[in-house]
Design a protein around this ligand. Structure first.
Ligand code: PMP
Length: 287
């Protein structure tokens, strides 16, 4: 049974799916995207992801490709047509197709919409959480509107490639003050010796992760305190725990930073309790 993609109003065989070469997403990374996890037949935190999509579109003055009420229906349809029970669904909106020019095309240019979904074995992340993962650090060299979830991801690509080459699974960007901003595709957290969760304020130099937001609610439920502030690499290395968050990793324990172990080099118990409680709190839309 072939994989199916949604491309600008049509459900097409994934292998044949294509966008126009003058799509501004292709030409300029002039587009935005969202990824939702699909877990046990539920699309996780979809309203929050679509609200952030709306914000990203608004910030870039890109119009909705379909009405906001119709989009969740198409997302669901793509998940179901691909029989994804556990996996992810990807939504991309670009400014549309126009003759190549840096300035925005005329206002009647229709934005482009592509949606794909794929299966992911949930046991891979579960097993990974049993051992924890490693990160490396890299200088923060991305543009300063990282609060918008754009497809201009080259610095992230380079950082994550560097992480892979160093035997790590994520790279943490570090700002000129030596403070961690976030990961190449995740938000960064530590747990202090006193058991307080620390993550950078979403007002400054990071993407406001949906998982991060939901984890605030999870933490409240578990009676854990959160401080929104920057933290240095040294503080992270000396912390009780470190972890990252994103839609497809939930709270993922970090056991090494730049080759140095975090705490005893094992996944932290607070991280694992957040991971455990996440689905009790996250909003689950039927797929
Ligand atoms: N920061 C960056 C740079 C990201 O790319 C992502 C995930 N795509 C996140 C943080 C985490 O966001 P979310 O929890 O919404 O997946």
């Amino acid at each position: 049974m072939p994989r199916i993609a949604y491309v600008n109003g049509r459900y097409v065989v994934h292998a044949d799916a294509a966008v126009h070469i003058e799509d501004r997403g292709y030409q300029f990374a002039d587009g935005v995207y969202e990824v939702c996890e699909v877990a046990r037949g539920f699309i996780v935190d979809m309203p929050r992801h679509l609200a952030r999509l709306n914000r990203s579109l608004t910030e870039l003055s890109i119009g909705w490709p379909v009405t906001s009420g119709v989009l969740p229906l198409i997302v669901r349809e793509v998940v179901n047509r691909n029989h994804v029970f556990d996996g992810l669904v990807y939504v991309q909106v670009t400014r549309g197709v126009a003759s190549r020019d840096f300035v925005f095309p005329s206002a009647d240019t229709k934005s482009s919409l592509v949606i794909t979904a794929r299966k992911v074995d949930p046991m891979v992340a579960t097993r990974r959480a049993e051992t924890g993962i490693k990160v490396i650090t890299v200088p923060e060299n991305r543009w300063d509107r990282v609060d918008i979830k754009t497809t201009g991801l080259l610095p992230n690509v380079l950082a994550k490639q560097k992480a892979k080459e160093a035997g790590a699974q994520e790279a943490w960007f570090v700002d000129p003050h030596g403070n961690v901003t976030e990961g190449g595709s995740s938000n960064a957290w530590i747990v202090t010796r006193d058991g307080v969760l620390v993550t950078r304020s979403a007002e400054h130099g990071i993407l406001r992760g949906i998982t991060r937001t939901t984890l605030f609610e999870v933490a409240a439920k578990l009676g854990l305190k959160i401080e929104e502030r920057g933290f240095s690499v040294a503080e992270a290395k000396a912390a009780r725990e470190a972890f990252l968050s994103s839609a497809t990793t939930i709270a993922m324990p970090i056991v090494a930073i730049d080759g140095d172990p975090v705490a005893n080099g094992h996944p932290g118990s607070i991280t694992l309790s957040l991971r455990q409680a996440f689905f009790d709190v996250a909003e689950k839309s039927p797929a």
